[in-house]
Design a protein around this ligand. Structure first.
Ligand code: NAD
Ligand code: 4TP
Length: 339
């Protein structure tokens, strides 16, 4: 039996490098040097980038350069298996360079396509810098939307989770000015149905109970502080309840995130990015995972950004990446069990 055959049942997880000038390379190295994962981990990156960062951080991994995903063997801490993707130009720590945007996008494309065609069982994405990618002229608002387009998914849902809390979003990377118009009966229904479906199928929750935030202060105060609840949110929730979805709300977002509600629900649904994520990050920054629901592939990510200020310093916390990798492994094992 070859080494590959012996390890065949373990999922193959693609890990992209993220923004090369940021902390992506640091946390990949640190996580994989200090913890063994029961999976075959394939880093999609330029080996030169990772080797230079390892040297800067004083780390000496056992490098394996592979030519295809199936050559990866069970991960052991200290080993880094790389499926090479070349940088466009050498990357300097802490210096964003738009010339490397195509490299970043290529790592995501290879990972996403590899998941779609079965080479990988899941993809884990360290952080990219959205601004530098947009400077190339592509509209990149986030991995969530990138993988939605790549997979032609009708509806995706961004959900961040810690052991204590799951927070999903109705709108993702949208200017605040556009949030109200984006909350319609159709969009809210699609998000809630996708969330309800994946909480059942990907998290094994038989009958998910979902807390829904209002959009306005005090959930609109009976229309005195905004009409979106009365015009859109309440009628949509009522209809979905009649269809069997277990929904509570809309509740005022300022008090929804308290144990009285959270302790008796499976997930909170916030109307926009900064309504839900600050609470989640306050409660568990560094230990949370970002999961894209609604995709035909498994994709997890970290709860933080590129932290350019920390790249190459050895002070970046790898906790969220470890959680993201472990979640991807668990979800991939679960999917294999049910396939
Ligand atoms: N998953 C992703 O790809 C992702 C997630 C969030 C933000 N971003 C992008 O990252 C870039 C920078 O965003 P930002 O400045 O708002 O957020 P950030 O998370 O990069 O930084 C916010 C603060 O948290 C600190 N920090 C972040 N990660 C840390 C870690 N692992 N260990 C210790 N400290 C850490 C930083 O030093 C900084 O003080 C933006 O372009 C943003 O779009 C990407
Ligand atoms: N909204 C996420 C966060 O604040 O952590 C982050 O921007 C990542 O989004 P994507 O996974 O879509 O890149």
């Amino acid at each position: 039996m070859t080494r590959q055959d012996e390890n065949k049942p373990l999922p193959i997880i693609a890990i992209t490098s993220g923004e090369p000038a940021g902390i992506g390379p640091d946390i990949i190295l640190s996580a994989l040097m200090t913890q063994s994962f029961a999976a075959r981990l394939v880093i999609l990156a330029d080996p030169i980038l990772l080797q230079a960062r390892a040297k800067q951080l004083g780390l000496v991994p056992n490098w394996e350069i592979i030519q295809s995903a199936d050559q990866a063997v069970t991960h052991q801490k200290g080993t880094i298996s790389i499926l090479p993707i070349e940088l466009a130009t050498p990357s300097e720590v802490g210096q964003l360079n738009v010339a490397n945007a195509p490299y970043v996008l290529k790592t995501l494309e290879v990972a996403g396509q590899g998941c779609l065609n079965g080479d990988f069982d899941a993809v884990v994405t360290p952080p990219v810098h959205k601004g530098v990618l947009c400077e190339t002229g592509v509209h990149f608002s986030g991995h969530t939307e990138f993988f939605q387009a790549l997979c032609h998914s009708e509806q995706v849902v961004m959900m961040l989770a810690t052991d204590a809390m799951k927070v999903a979003l109705v709108t993702t990377h949208l200017p605040l000015q556009q949030v109200s118009q984006a909350i319609t009966d159709e969009s809210l229904s699609l998000v809630i149905n996708a969330l309800n479906h994946d909480l059942k199928t990907k998290f094994g929750i038989a009958s998910p109970k979902i807390l829904v935030c209002g959009l306005n202060p005090h959930a609109g105060e009976d229309g005195h502080l905004g009409m979106e609840e009365i015009d859109v949110i309440i009628p949509t929730l009522d209809r979905l309840r009649n269809e069997g979805v277990d929904l509570i709300g809309p509740l005022p977002a300022d008090t929804l995130f308290t144990p009285k509600y959270l302790d008796h629900a499976d997930c909170a649904l916030a109307m926009y990015h900064d309504q839900g994520l600050p609470v989640l990050k306050y409660s568990g920054f560094g230990n949370a995972v970002n999961i894209t629901l609604g995709l035909p592939i498994i994709r997890t990510s970290v709860d933080h950004g590129t932290a350019i200020d920390l790249a190459g310093t050895g002070t970046a916390n790898d906790g969220s990446l470890k959680v993201a990798i472990q979640h991807a492994i668990n979800m991939a094992n679960n999917a294999k069990k049910h396939s």
